[in-house]
Design a protein around this ligand. Structure first.
Ligand code: IYR
Length: 388
């Protein structure tokens, strides 16, 4: 523990900070379910006029206020607007500016082209339709009690982080919003009567999506596109685990079994299959007796694992298939990059204890499949003692 020397607790007041540690299974479950929740977030531009209790928005602001900030100066002000008259004024002023952007060409053509697929225009009816508007202002500098200026540090970063927390809070409670930046947005300072040290940063219309709301069909970048590992993994860049042009099989028929990409739809069946076969799997080649899996966990944690495998499949980082007989899950096969430089894939499979006779069948059938139908020349797949 470094707290013997650091921080210099004689320079300020300090209190203990304790957080309970979670098990890795619980952490994985929470990580995955938060990801799944946030992956459903979308910016919307059509809001229902249905009322939303004010306290919900206020709690979201309170949550946003937990964001870290430069020198803990919390350089943000949230203005909550719900009255139709002010919303109307905001709409009129915003549309005036946006008309110049879109119609009079203040927004250059390449910019207009870049946002065309979002379906926006100078018209901003949502500024009146949404029950609430929150305008987030950044405090460019602070004003002390005696009226003197106080420099603020990392204002844009701090306000950006608070905005992110706010958006997550709104989404989490089942509401929707839009990060709207009418441009220029200085009119908001005047209209909302804010002091000179504040500058509007982001405007959030908030409410329920209107019936029939549509959103642009967008793809988010995959993990491989937004994450680089340094130093790079010994197995090479996972983006090239299989060549871009390789068409990954989404089914396979073997003697007495078939494969389907493993996903959340298999959760109950997969969970039952392995939970009833822990000792058997631990003695299956490729699964050490001392590994972290299989070990008892709950159904929800299993779902998180399955979602992780489904994401890997989607991003081509690794391919996990459920092994089925009819609709019964009888096992699982994992095809992932190998850390062994002599191998171009690491493959492992198990079958449930009461279908143990299928282990060799699966092994032989998939071994052939992996070299015949996959771009692998030397997949590592622990040999079965009884297999030829
Ligand atoms: N401020 C304009 C234009 C606009 C700009 C970007 I970058 C977007 O992602 C979307 C819109 C408007 O609000 O319409």
């Amino acid at each position: 523990m470094s707290t013997d020397h650091y921080p210099y607790t004689d320079r300020g007041e300090f209190v203990p900070y304790d957080r309970q540690r979670l098990t890795e299974a619980e952490m994985r479950k929470r990580a995955s379910s938060f990801y799944e929740l946030m992956a459903q977030r979308r910016s919307i531009r059509t809001f229902s006029a249905d009322p939303v209790p004010r306290d919900l928005i206020e709690t979201a602001v309170r949550t946003a206020g937990t964001a870290p900030s430069g020198a803990h100066q919390q350089p943000w002000t949230f203005v909550l607007v719900g009255d139709p008259e002010t919303k109307r004024k905001i709409r009129i002023a915003a549309e005036e500016e946006e008309r110049v952007n879109y119609v009079d060409g203040r927004m250059p053509e390449d910019w207009q082209e870049e946002i065309a697929r979002l379906g926006t225009s100078w018209q901003k009816p949502y500024l009146e339709e949404a029950p609430w508007i929150v305008v987030l202002f950044e405090q460019r500098y602070g004003i002390d009690a005696d009226g003197s200026r106080r420099k603020h540090y990392y204002v844009k970063e701090s306000v950006g982080i608070a905005a992110g927390v706010f958006i997550a809070a709104i989404h989490q409670m089942g509401l929707a919003t839009l990060t709207h930046t009418p441009s220029p947005m200085a009119f908001l300072t005047k209209l909302l009567d804010r002091p000179q040290n504040e500058r509007p940063a982001i405007l959030f219309p908030i409410g329920y999506p209107a019936d029939g709301t549509v959103v642009p069909k967008l793809e988010r970048k995959s993990l491989a596109d937004i994450l680089v590992r340094y130093p790079p993994d010994p197995g090479g860049d996972s983006r090239t685990f299989v060549p871009q042009e390789f068409k990954v099989p989404i089914s396979f028929e073997g003697p007495g079994f078939r494969l389907e990409p493993l996903g959340p739809q298999h959760n109950e069946r997969d969970y039952e299959a392995w939970m009833s076969s822990i000792d058997h799997i631990r003695s299956t080649p490729g699964f050490g007796p001392h590994g972290t899996w299989p070990a008892p966990m709950d159904l929800e944690a299993n779902l998180a694992d399955l979602e992780g495998h489904a994401r890997d499949f989607e991003s081509r980082d690794g391919f996990t298939y459920s092994i089925l007989d009819g609709d019964d899950v009888i096992g699982c096969v994992y095809i992932y990059p190998s850390t062994d430089p002599g191998r171009d894939a690491a493959v492992a499979s198990w079958v449930r204890a009461d279908r143990a006779e299928m282990d060799g069948v699966v092994y032989r059938s998939l071994s052939r499949w992996l070299t015949e139908s996959w771009p692998f020349t030397a997949p590592g797949y622990a040999a079965r003692p009884d297999a030829d």
